[in-house]
Design a protein around this ligand. Structure first.
Ligand code: SF4
Length: 70
């Protein structure tokens, strides 16, 4: 956990919210493995140094194919 950088809960992958864009007032549990045992409830605008960015911004699948090069 010591090498992690600090960030806000609302964009952390351990924030238990269901929303893609939680408001700053959202309060959810923290699912980080070392913190989960404390059953923390954290607000979206708080944060800590165990922050890990959410992965996988949604990328459209099956969009326009790239033009063929001849
Ligand atoms: S408390 Fe830390 S690990 Fe938990 S959701 Fe917030 S930033 Fe992520």
């Amino acid at each position: 956990m010591a090498d992690a950088s600090w960030g806000n809960c609302k964009s952390c992958r351990f924030f238990a919210g269901n929303s893609d864009e939680p408001s700053d007032n959202d309060v959810q549990s923290c699912n980080q493995s070392e913190l989960k045992k404390f059953a923390l409830l954290v607000s979206a605008d708080s944060g800590c140094n165990a922050y890990e960015a959410q992965v996988g911004e949604s990328v459209p699948i099956g969009g326009e194919p790239a033009p063929a090069m001849h």
